[in-house]
Ligand binder design. Structure first.
Ligand code: MN
Ligand code: MN
Length: 335
C-alpha cells in the first residue's frame, strides 16, 4: 500500500499559520465548501433522471436565464453557510442582494461571495461545471457588515478557490500560501490531496476564448488571437484552442498545463462579461498563487477597484508569458 492519503481537513491542519485567519476557521470554511461540492455533485450526477434540467423560466440580475440547477446550487451554498457560525454575509451571482446573517454576528467574522454554478449552460448536455468562492473578512468588529462591505478589492481575499464537477469532483483553493487541489474519493466521500502546491507553466500552447465574439473585439485583441494561430518556429505548430463554456474547467486546464484564457472586453461592452467579485477575483488569486498572471488587458485584476456587487471585468488569465504577450497586443505595444 502506498502512502496513506491526506484528507482536506488533515492537510489544512498541517499548514503553517497564515496572516489572514486561523487554521481552525479555514478548516471549517473549506470543509463547508467541500460539503457543498459533494451535494452539488450528487445533484448533477442524477440531474437527467429527476427532472431538474432546463430553466426555471426566470432571468437573474445578470440578465441571464436561470437554470433549475443554478437555483439548487445557490440554495445549497446558502443553507451550508447559514448554519456555519463563522459567516455573517453571503453574496451570489444569482442574487441581486446579499444575504446578511446578523444572528451569526459578531462571532462570525467572514463573508462568502460565490458563483454557485459556473458554466450552467452545460447542464443539459452533461458537460463540466464548476462553482467559485471568495472569502473576505468583516471590516471591523464594531458593526454588522452591510452590502457595501462585501464590495472589496481582490487583494483583500483571505481564501478563494473553486469546485470542478468534471469526470471527478475537485476542490482547489488558496489561502495565500500556494494552491492545492483535492479530488473527491467517492468511495469514502472524502477529498484527498491529489495536487499539492500547483505551479502553472511559464508558457503554454493552449488558448481558450469564445471566438464567436471575434467581430466584437478590439483590434489589439483580434491581433493577439491571430498571433497565437501563427506556426511557432520551434514546434512548427500554432496554439491549440480548448474551450468548454465552463470558466472553471478552462482555467483549471490552464492552471495545470499552461496557456491562456480570455474573456476580453468588447467594442460596445468594454467591461466584458465575467463578474469581478464572484469569478475574476477568486480565480485570479488562485492563478497568481500558482505563479500565473491575471489582467484586464491593461491592469492586474486583483488591483481593480471594486465598486459594485455585480461589477463586470475583462479577464485575461494564465501563464505569465502568455498574459504578458496578450497585454502587449491589447495595449498596442505589439502589432
Ligand atoms: Mn460563472
Ligand atoms: Mn453561475
Amino acid at each position: 500500500m502506498g502512502q496513506f492519503p491526506l484528507t482536506l481537513s488533515s492537510f489544512i491542519s498541517q499548514q503553517p499559520v497564515g496572516p489572514s485567519g486561523s487554521i481552525g476557521d479555514f478548516s471549517c470554511l473549506l470543509g463547508q465548501i467541500g460539503l457543498v461540492g459533494k451535494m452539488i455533485a450528487r445533484d448533477l450526477r442524477r440531474a437527467g433522471l429527476i427532472n431538474i434540467l432546463g430553466t426555471t423560466g426566470e432571468v437573474n440580475v445578470q440578465g441571464e436565464t436561470v437554470k433549475k440547477l443554478d437555483e439548487i446550487a445557490n440554495e445549497t451554498f446558502l443553507q451550508a453557510f447559514r448554519q456555519s457560525d463563522l459567516v455573517c454575509a453571503l453574496a451570489s451571482e444569482e442574487m441581486e442582494k446579499p444575504v446578511l446573517l446578523p444572528e451569526n454576528w459578531p462571532q462570525a467574522q467572514y463573508m462568502v461571495l460565490f458563483d454557485p454554478l459556473d458554466g450552467s449552460s452545460n447542464t443539459d448536455c452533461n458537460m463540466p461545471m464548476g462553482a467559485i468562492f471568495s472569502i473576505v473578512k468583516c471590516a471591523g468588529k464594531d458593526r454588522m457588515p452591510t452590502e457595501d462591505d462585501l464590495v472589496r478589492k481582490g487583494t483583500e481575499q483571505v481564501a478563494a478557490g473553486y469546485l470542478l464537477f468534471g469526470s471527478s469532483t475537485m476542490l482547489v483553493y488558496t489561502v495565500g500560501q500556494g494552491v492545492h487541489g483535492f479530488t473527491l474519493e467517492p468511495g469514502i466521500g472524502e477529498y484527498l490531496l491529489s495536487h499539492e502546491q500547483i505551479r502553472i507553466p511559464a508558457r503554454g500552447k493552449v488558448y481558450g476564448a469564445n471566438e464567436g465574439n471575434y467581430q466584437k473585439w478590439t483590434t489589439g485583441t483580434k491581433k493577439y488571437l491571430d498571433h497565437v494561430k501563427v506556426q511557432d518556429k520551434a514546434t512548427g505548430r500554432p496554439y491549440s484552442v480548448r474551450y468548454s463554456a465552463c470558466l472553471v474547467a478552462d482555467v483549471h486546464r490552464i492552471l495545470l498545463g499552461g496557456g491562456i484564457y480570455l474573456y476580453p472586453g468588447e467594442l460596445d461592452k468594454p467591461e466584458g462579461k465575467l463578474r469581478l467579485l464572484y469569478e475574476a477575483n477568486p480565480l485570479s488569486w488562485v492563478v497568481e498563487q500558482a505563479g500565473g498572471k491575471a489582467s484586464t488587458g491593461t491592469m492586474r485584476i486583483l488591483d481593480v477597484e471594486a465598486k459594485q456587487l455585480h461589477q463586470r471585468v475583462p479577464l485575461i488569465i494564465g501563464s505569465p508569458s502568455d498574459v504578458d504577450d496578450a497585454e502587449a497586443f491589447i495595449q498596442g505595444r505589439r502589432m
